[in-house]
Design a protein around this ligand. Structure first.
Ligand code: 8LQ
Length: 484
């Protein structure tokens, strides 16, 4: 089948996108866009190759950033005829975006629409350094709503369902982006938010009253909410939630964390999320029937999993770093944005029938967060998985990496729960032993374990930061005591 026929068969798929804002599938239809979601992958790939060229053409003619970048690399958008050709396009780093915004305040020279078309401004939520601004065009906001509606539909949401947004509503694109999809599909949105003092207890009160079908937030916050709800006398299972969907950090695809959340709420957990720059960031997301890991909805954002050294795609089954390309954004289109995260991808039959590749274990974490202990690569998310699977775990922990002599050392400080506390020294020693044994088994190296009492560590309304890296401190001390 020729590319144009394949593309022609895809529901309203063009660049820039043309959206029928009145379209909503019948409730019993599994797919929002049956053709786009279930077509043979090679036909979709052929259509994606056409779309990539169109997006590149748009970016090349409307942004100095891309023009210079590609001219310097000797890349002509017209020469990109296949997915293999596309792998020659240099990746975009977040540092380049920051530099572009510093030189061309506030949106950078990769804003590819006139400023008058900007509909929403958001930004990075980091508290250190200069923020990055996200400018989203009016048409793009509509497309984002459309894309997220498709994905929420795939998760099993339908018009009239209430979805509770328990995440920060300000700079953070997560809450707004997810809600745009709920609004588009005529669900009932409850933009409750998060982050203000006393808000978690009130969230429990409202959830008990409104009994929504869906909850959106971060996995860390859902666990905190369950704790606070119990303290306030609510049973989180009585909220009647059907599905909690999460973005922002690993967790929803960490088996023991997912199980803990599912047990707390008596509801299904679905993982989603790429990067704020990539909004529609839910383009990687689980579906109702394929709820483990994340499907890569390739026709809205083209996801490549690449070798972190060469940025060429790795074969299915292998590990690499996600590189993302917008196929339906015109305002600040990201073309080969490097995530620096780590994942592995597969191409298998999905229980939901969608023909997308999948990240069976979600995104494992950031490459920077990975550390080496005696030659073994260790991810914080593996430690999270072990802790959450241990009976008597109190809900939070910290991972300390330090350097003793020339070797890195790992110390896990983990809270035990009230039951262990009531058991006294013997129970605490048993908890320490079990956790130590499990860590050695899973990580392949020994870790020091220090049990700490319940509620030692602060909980978060947003993304957890559990790694305390003392090696820099060691480095500074080392350098000051070993002058050149
Ligand atoms: N990150 C985001 N989602 C993740 C997931 N599901 N699993 C593992 N790591 C994940 C607005 C959305 O929540 C996306 C988002 O959080 O965007 P940010 O704030 O730009 O942060 C992006 C980073 O969060 C990713 O690179 C992952 O490291 C992590």
């Amino acid at each position: 089948m020729s590319v144009s026929t394949a593309a022609g068969r895809m529901e309203a798929w063009s660049f820039p996108p043309r959206i029928d804002a009145s379209y909503i599938p019948p409730n019993d239809q599994r797919y929002w866009h049956p053709v786009r979601e279930t077509m043979p992958p090679d036909e979709r790939d052929a259509a994606i190759a056409v779309r990539l060229r169109e997006v590149m053409r748009h970016a090349y003619k409307s942004s100095a950033f891309y023009k210079k970048k590609w001219d310097d690399a000797g890349i002509d958008p017209e020469s990109i005829r296949s997915l293999e050709d596309f792998e020659r396009v240099p990746v975009v780093t977040k540092a380049e975006l920051r530099a572009s915004q510093a030189a061309h305040e506030p949106y950078g020279d990769y804003l590819c629409v006139p400023e008058s078309e900007i509909h929403h401004i958001h930004g990075t939520s980091g508290t250190t350094g200069k923020p990055t601004a996200f400018a989203i065009g009016r048409n793009d906001w509509q497309t984002i709503g459309e894309n997220h509606a498709r994905i929420l539909w795939g998760m099993g949401f339908r018009p009239g369902d209430t979805i509770f947004f328990g995440a920060i509503f300000s700079l953070y694109l997560g809450s707004w982006g997810a809600m745009s999809g709920a609004e588009r599909m005529k669900a009932r949105s409850f933009p409750f938010g998060a982050g203000a003092q006393g808000m978690t207890a009130r969230a429990a009160q409202w959830l008990a009253m409104v009994k929504p079908a869906g909850f959106y937030g971060t996995p860390s916050y859902a666990l905190r909410l369950a704790e606070v709800a119990r303290e306030e006398g609510y049973d989180p299972r009585a909220f009647g939630l059907r599905t909690l969907f999460f973005s922002g950090e690993p967790g929803a695809s960490i088996p023991s964390v997912r199980d803990r959340i599912e047990n707390e709420f008596g509801a299904r957990v679905i993982d989603t999320g790429t990067m704020a720059e990539m909004t529609p960031f839910m383009s990687a997301a689980g579906s109702a029937e394929s709820h483990e890991g994340m499907l890569l909805w390739q026709d809205m954002v083209y996801h490549e999993v690449c070798d972190p050294a060469t940025y060429a795609r790795v074969p299915y089954g292998e590990q690499g770093t996600p590189v993302y390309t917008h196929l339906e954004r015109t305002s600040q289109p990201m073309i080969r944005l490097l995530s620096n995260d780590l994942t592995h991808w597969v191409m298998e039959e999905n229980p939901c029938g969608r023909t997308y590749p999948r990240l069976p274990k979600g995104v494992h974490g950031r490459i920077d967060d990975m550390f080496q202990i005696r030659g073994e690569n260790v991810y914080p998310s593996e430690i999270d998985n072990v802790c959450n699977a241990i009976a008597g775990y109190g809900g939070e922990h910290r991972i300390h990496i330090s350097r003793a002599q020339t070797m890195d050392e790992l110390l896990v400080r983990a809270e035990y729960d009230a039951t262990v506390a009531a058991g006294g020294d013997a129970a605490i020693a048993a908890f320490r032993r079990t956790l130590g044994d499990q860590l050695r088994k899973v990580l392949g190296v020994g870790a020091n374990v220090e049990p700490v009492p319940p509620n030692t560590y602060e909980r978060t309304d947003f993304k957890a930061r559990r790694v305390v890296d003392d090696r820099d401190l060691y480095g500074q001390v080392y350098q000051s005591t070993h002058p050149h």
